[in-house]
Each structure stands twice: as structure tokens, then as C-alpha cells.
Write a new protein. Structure first.
Length: 263
């Protein structure tokens, strides 16, 4: 794994004030015993099968408080079907317990991505909301070349001080990404990975976020480095109503229709 990621997305750590991020995480760790078990293999819900001849798959990664059925309730698979997109749709139960135990990337690779490839799904998209967006970025760091595209919906991109550091350098394009990072500096590792992606060194990336999202400063910083057609910023906050509309906005670009086709 490129870097450790001891974070608690879906609730910005800067809200803990003087405690600081790491102190807040230490307090959070006291409740780790209550985390759901990180089962092996990682469970996953198949929300759409796709045609037997289809070559595409969409993997939906949830936020901290979500389960696979959150995507079903939000109509993510139905939105694909309504546009005639031929893709298998899988929602792994990649919950916080896997992140805390630092096994989420391995389990996604072995229990979700590898079986999809074995079944003939050659082009795989990762769609992540909040913590799931962060996880998808970490996945392409760990397993480069495996993912065709990333759809990042309100991803957690680090604490305000790291966002300000990138912004004060003139933006992502001119930020001098460190060549060597501390093991626990996953935030700068994320931005270094994003810098490589926007320079053409990774999968295509689409960013969507709510304009009132607590994480919006980091989203706007990333958006400035992306082509305008690869960004959707809509009224709304850090919630499923906004993410559902952002997903529909992405599908309306037609990007998935061309390679995935119609059944």
C-alpha cells in the first residue's frame, strides 16, 4: 500500500479543533471494537448483471456510514439501465472496518476486481462516494493499469492544511509533490496520485461534488486541474440526494455508453 490511511471521512477531522486530526483518530480508535467485521472474502451485492457478451463492469464503493443497498436505494443501477448501458454493476460492502484494518485494497482486488476480470469484464469503472472515492484513488495507486475510469463523487481529499498547501503552490499542476513521503502521509500521497492522473498517467477521472459540501475547497482545487467537461458541481451538500444527481450528470455525458454499448 503506498501509504497508510488512518482517516475518518464523512466527518471532516478539522471539526475536532485543537485536538487535531491524529488526536481525534486516537479517540475514534477506542470505538473500533464496534466496527463491523472485515469478512473474507469481502461481500458484494450484484445490482445488475449486464449481458453475457458485455465487457464492462461498474464497481460502487460506499461512504463511511453506507452499505451496498445505499446505491440501490439511490437508483444507481436503474440510472444505467435507463440509458441502455450494458454493464455489470457490483456494490461491495467496503465498510470502514476494512479501511481501519488496512485490508480494503487487497480485498477489493482479490474478491471483486479479479472475479470480474475472470468473467470477461475487461473495462472496469470505480465509482466512489466520499470515503469510497478516497478508496478508489488509493486502489489505482496500488494497482495501476487495472481501472478504465474513476467517478469521484465528493471524495475526501485531505485536511484543510494540505489543501491550502497545494493551493498556495499555484494549484495541482505546479505543486511540487514530494518524492518521499512519510508512511502515514496518505493525504499528500493522494494529491501526488491525482497529479499523475491529470497529467495522463492514470485512468480517466470525473469529479462531482455539491457546492455546499464541507470538502468543496479540495474539490474545487482538483476541478481547476481537470477539463471542464470532466467536472460537475451542483447545488447541494455531502448527501445522497446530491450524489444521485451527480451520478446522473456523469451518465448524461455519454462516456460509459460508448465503450460499454447497449445489450
Amino acid at each position: 500500500m503506498p501509504a497508510s490511511f488512518p482517516f475518518v471521512p464523512d466527518g471532516p477531522l478539522h471539526r475536532f479543533g485543537r485536538l487535531g486530526a491524529m488526536s481525534a483518530l486516537a479517540l475514534f480508535a477506542l470505538g473500533c471494537a464496534a466496527l463491523r467485521p472485515a469478512r473474507v472474502p469481502m461481500p458484494a451485492e450484484r445490482l445488475a448483471t449486464g449481458s453475457a457478451a458485455g465487457r464492462c463492469a461498474v464497481v460502487l464503493l460506499p461512504g463511511r456510514y453506507d452499505r451496498p443497498e445505499s446505491f440501490a436505494k439511490a437508483g444507481f443501477a436503474e440510472a444505467l439501465a435507463a440509458r441502455g448501458i450494458d454493464a455489470e454493476v457490483v456494490a461491495p460492502d467496503a465498510h470502514l472496518g476494512y479501511y481501519t484494518r488496512r485490508t480494503v485494497l487487497e480485498r477489493l482486488h482479490e474478491d471483486v476486481i479479479a472475479p470480474l476480470r475472470a468473467a470477461g469484464r475487461e473495462r472496469i469503472w470505480l465509482v466512489g462516494v466520499s470515503m469510497g472515492g478516497t478508496g478508489s484513488l488509493l486502489y489505482v495507486q496500488r494497482y495501476p493499469g487495472e481501472i478504465a475510469g474513476l467517478v469521484e463523487l465528493a471524495p475526501y481529499l485531505g485536511e484543510p492544511e494540505v489543501v491550502r498547501e497545494v493551493a498556495s503552490a499555484g494549484g495541482l499542476a505546479s505543486w511540487p509533490a514530494p518524492e518521499v513521503l512519510a508512511e502515514d502521509d496518505f493525504q499528500r500521497s493522494l494529491w501526488r496520485s491525482l497529479q499523475s492522473i491529470v497529467r495522463g498517467g492514470g485512468p480517466t477521472l470525473f469529479l462531482g461534488f455539491g457546492q455546499s459540501d464541507d470538502f468543496a475547497p479540495g474539490h474545487r482545487l482538483l476541478a481547476a486541474a481537470l477539463p471542464p467537461e470532466r467536472v460537475a458541481a451542483l447545488p447541494g451538500g455531502h448527501d445522497w440526494r446530491t450524489w444521485r444527481r451527480l451520478w446522473q450528470a456523469y451518465l448524461d455525458t455519454g462516456e460509459l455508453t460508448a465503450p460499454c454499448g447497449r445489450p
